[in-house]
Design a binder for this molecule. Sequence first.
Ligand code: PEP
Ligand code: MN
Length: 348
Amino acid sequence: MIVVMGSHAAQVQVDGVVNRLKEFGLGAHISGGTERTVIGVIGVGFPPELPELMELLPGVDHVTRITKSYKLASREFRPTDTIVHVGDVSIGGDELVVMAGPCSVENREQLLQTARAVKAAGARILRGGAFKPRTSPYSFQGLGVNGLELLAEAREETGLPIITEVLEPGDVATVARFADVLQIGARNMQNFPLLKEAGRTDKPIMLKRGLAGTIDEWLHAAEYVMAAGNFQVILCERGIRTFETSVRNTLDLSAVPVIRRLSHLPIVADPSHGTGKWYLVKPMALAALAVGAHGLLIEVHPSPDHALSDGPQSLNFENFADLMDGLRSLVVPLGRRVGSAEPAAVPA
Ligand code: PEP
Ligand code: MN
């Protein structure tokens, strides 16, 4: 249910609505739009007469029920875009936030070198997997807690916040001690115990779309995190399984505007896993920016041919810098920004 305030409603009237909801054991999520304030009602099991009662309160314009079965994640619940703050980085606004780094943290030198290179090229968040979900149990599984310590060291040196994957509910507290953003991987999109545990942390969660997850299932997965109390959710389109074999996955770029229509949550694209091939990463990254992605997740490695995971889709430092240049030339006409530097002048 949402309570839409009249366009001239005073703060005291908004407070009146919030207090009345509290009397029914319900919470409130306030979106202050430019036109009017919308109050999303948090909680279940309210009496059927409540919408009518709320419409009697001073300053209230009308009350509507949310039609989607995911509520908190829906655009109806919050008409304005959610901005997720990670240190001084804001995801969900004008800036295209680039998160870059190796698929797996392999060793100190590899991570620090990559962290310096991606920072110099304009990345805002460092990525690196310490707990890796691998198809084969015989493949490199990640450095675990040692990988988290190396990520923390790279953050210390570069100032870049870090994002890393958490694979199981029992590891959430440990990973949350180190990471600035917790990644829930494609294979875990519907791991409900993991989603609930992530929802109990105070860290932003980046939720990847499952290999065969519909947008509806993905938004319900986000709802699990939010229903557990954590509203800082970022969605990540990373490609889905289709009949196509010339790419590792099919990056579903239509998901970006679809999500922006259905939800207020930020949406980022991962053209690395979305294509599986380094030479497709730049064109699909530019396309993701053009369709309105709030950020990008890009795999970068000092020597992709030596990578312990996902080498074929990883950019070397030169190619990453070239990608960032390409993004810089596109952000200005699109009214966006990228990296920490001032936007380039509009080309004549
Ligand atoms: C990753 O980001 O390295 C990863 C394993 O991604 P996904 O869950 O999308 O496969
Ligand atoms: Mn990877």
